[in-house]
Structure formats: C-alpha cells, structure tokens
Write a protein that binds this ligand. Sequence first.
Ligand code: PRP
Ligand code: MG
Length: 212
Amino acid sequence: MTKIRIAIQKSGRLNEDSLKILKEAGISIDNGKDQLKATARNFPLEVFYLRNGDIPQYLRDGVVDIAIIGENVLIEKGQGITIVERLNFSKCKVSLAVPKSVEYNSIKDFEGKRIATSYPNTVKQYFDSKGVSAELHIINGSVEIAPNIGLADGICDIVSSGSTLFKNGLKEVEVMLTSEAVLAVSPQINKDRKSLLTKLQFRIQSVLRARK
Ligand code: PRP
Ligand code: MG
C-alpha cells in the first residue's frame, strides 16, 4: 500500500508541536525516539525525522512528499516548494540585532558591517532591497554569540521570546520577516500520495478550526 512520507524536525522547537498536530489529527505514530523513521498505525503515513535545513532539499528531490517546517527555512532555501497550509504554531521573527550599546538609526547603519547569520539568502535579499551592502558570515548555530567574540558587528537570526538576544546583550533593530510552521509539499509528489495528502490536510484543517 502506498504511504505518504512526511518530514518532521528531528529535534528542536518544531518537533513536539508537529507531532502534536498529527496526534490531534488522529494519527498515532510508534515513537522510537532514536529512530529516524516511524510508521503511523492508523494512517498510510511514514514519518522521517530530519534536520530542519535538510528538509527543503529532500522535498525537492521527492525523497519525502510533505513536511512540517518553519516558513523561514523555505524562504531561505525552499525554491520550488509549495506551502499548502499555515499551521499557526512556532511563530517567530527573523530579525537583525546589534549590541545593546550600539546607537542604531537606520538600516544604512549596516553598510560595510559584518553580519553573522544562518540565513544568508534572506539577509542578502533584504539588504539588496534596501541598497545596503554588508559582509555575511555564515554560522549554523549559536549565532548570537558572534558579536561578543568579535566575529561580527551584528547578527540576523530567529527571534521568538527574545531571551537569546537579551542574554547575549543584543537588541532587535529590524524585523525582516515573520514566520510560522507550515505544511509544505514536494513538487514531485505523485497522484496516489496527493490524494493521501488531501485526506491528511482535511484532518489538519479540522484540528486548526477546533483550536480557534
Ligand atoms: C533559536 C534561534 C535563536 C533562538 C530564538 O536557537 O536560532 O537563537 O532560538 O529564540 P528566543 O528568542 O526564544 O530566545 P536554538 O536555541 O534553537 O539553537 P541554535 O541556534 O544553536 O540552533
Ligand atoms: Mg540560536
């Protein structure tokens, strides 16, 4: 029997809420926490636990059919991938921040500065649209430490509660975009799996309605 293959964040902020929405949609997943793959007991669905940043490529390659992922990741590297449902959780911003002590007036203040980020495409596009050119340093995590260790003048990263910025003595100066978890679909999904997606999406929509 054909099963639809869904990618979910392996660990991190989306993981728990992603499993929760599937559960509320009546899908029970045998959870071997250490397994990278699991099968649903009562719906033709396979779950793949993957790293956030790898999910767009898996969708493009058609290795998975759908994913629950942060919209911000798709904006950064999700070309060709369609969003079919906004899921109303894991809301965050992608923002620019500088040390608290720095006086900030406008985006022009970033001209010629060094920015540490895990979202180079998003930052570049934003700066280009504002006519600002800055030097980007790509790091994969703990971005907020960069100004403290002299690696950068500012950072661009996800802001949720704001506590990581606060703890690192940074202040948010520009919100580049807002994001939430979304249901995304591979451009390569086949007809059988697409009809499973329709069923799954219908259930998810009921959950979202009930949550309101
Ligand atoms: C994420 C993100 C920010 C932080 C934002 O990092 O990269 O640093 O959360 O959340 P807050 O505004 O509620 O503090 P995470 O802790 O997932 O670790 P990582 O950057 O090392 O991947
Ligand atoms: Mg972080």
